[in-house]
Design a protein around this ligand. Sequence first.
Ligand SMILES: *Cc1c(COP(=O)(O)O)cnc(C)c1O
Length: 469
Amino acid sequence: MLEHKTFAQPGSDPYKIYLAEDEIPTAYYNVRADMQTAHAPILHPGTLQPVELADLEPVFCTELAKQELNTTDRFIDIPGSVMDFYRMYRPSPLVRAYCLEKALGTPAKIYYKYEGGNTSGSHKLNSAIAQAFYAKEQGLAGITTETGAGQWGTALSMACVYFGLDLEVFMVKSSFEQKPYRKTIMQTYGASITASPSDTTAVGRKMLEDYPNSVGSLGTAISEAVEAAVSSGGTKRYTLGSVLNQVLIHQSIIGLEAKAALAKLDVYPDVVIGCAGGGSNLGGLMAPFMADRLAGRAAPYFIAVEPASCPSLTRGRFAYDFCDTGMVTPLAKMYTLGHAFMPSPSHAGGLRYHGMSPILSQLYHDGLLNEARAVEQNEVFEAALQFARSEGTLPAPESAHAIRATIDEALKCKESGEEKTILFGLTGNGLLDLSAYEQHLNGTMSDRIPTDEDLERGFATIPSLPGIQ
Ligand SMILES: *Cc1c(COP(=O)(O)O)cnc(C)c1O
């Protein structure tokens, strides 16, 4: 007979806290309004002057371009149609990881905010639906984007079909060929997908002429998606799923909900942990807690976790760099490995980005985001397995980076006897990442950590800007 195990004692916290639908926040929080040190301005790649609304408008929807530059509005109302869509899959649950705590034997209290319950499988839907809404509101016919691992394209296809917008996704050719299920989901939601490099853009044709066998790169796919938008006669705009200030604004819904749910239990986190690719989920999760820190109301300890194979925060330089490999985007001051740095293939595709959100970069530079930590792929998957086997949910490889750091912090508490409260972001589920799990299970997973020389080659591509850096 099975032993009956229950960890929650009568009167203690429940396993899951769901806000009621009418408790979902109705405004996004813009942390820039409270930052004492603003991030350095984004520069136009041609003039090297700070970008203005008019520079951004041919590429982004006007409302999103405004959000990108907004340093003053602390709260930005969430449009009603976006709220309606959120109500279909939000609030997302805040879960007390009783079973993991028990497995670790830790006195720490562990909570996670789970964003993987929607069909796209990650938090990216939170920004996708907002970006699609503003495009629709502006009367556009459609939007363009690129996708590497496929999560962003999937989220955006769900969002675009809801508002009846065309979506053109440039998918890195290697992923296009290796991730057939991602392609099928996007097509199910009506997106048109083009393997990049393609012959539908000048940039793509040039690439194919020079390198007929190219399997593509995110940089090329971005360049193609931007070209497709800019040459659409004003009917389309380009969208991006991370890094940008607007995306961090939309993702603040994660932190606002988490904070409201914790408040119901009278709990406040001592430690807040998130994985960091371009910085959007961590930026969103920590935003309202950072607000407390900036106002001197509380001092939670923030940890960003990145892959050792792509260590932008832990080993990168804080400098102006292009946001893409193709050098078509503006320059942002951020932690970067150099726009031409090519991280080795990794199963956490969502964390393979050479740079980092300018907001997160500035907060890290100022010591407000306390710590960045790089972790290796095998230890990440060990944590993923331990989590899956105790908590039930199969985590996305990206999210498992945050789990690794959470487990390590909880084990430190076991040593010291401290009862810290840890909150981490479980950004997605791993159902479309089974080949990664398979490699971990059969022992064929490898990890390539860049040497100092590899990094120097990347740093050499950071532009030197006379008078600026
Ligand atoms: C894209 C992605 C990430 C990383 O992106 P951020 O902008 O750093 O949040 C993390 N987890 C999942 C599941 C993703 O799809």
